[in-house]
Design a protein around this ligand. Structure first.
Ligand code: CU
Length: 93
């Protein structure tokens, strides 16, 4: 029982941290038809993810057609059924 409680609390704090932090990345590929993006992102300590190149589904609110490969960005994400969705993105100077 104590173990279960511990797991639930960690899940909760994980999702809160994940939805509010900004992660820096470089755009690798943009797929506007499927509303997806490939990002080379920095480590994400809150979910113990090292830096890597990976694909994200992107929320409709994010104007994907304004991004190009090579752009430096930062993004926010949420966990969705084992994958990560980008919910906000900004270009860095
Ligand atoms: Cu990753």
């Amino acid at each position: 029982m104590k173990y279960l409680l511990f797991v639930c609390i960690s899940c909760f704090s994980l999702s809160v941290a994940a939805s509010s932090e900004w992660v820096r990345a470089e755009v690798v590929r943009v797929d506007t038809a499927k509303q997806r993006i490939v990002l080379k992102h920095e480590p994400i300590p809150s979910i113990k993810m090292p830096s890597m190149t990976m694909r994200f589904d992107v929320a409709k609110e994010v104007p994907l057609d304004s991004y190009r490969p090579g752009d430096r960005v930062q993004f926010q994400f949420k966990e969705a059924g084992g994958s990560l969705d980008v919910i906000a993105m900004e270009r860095l100077k």
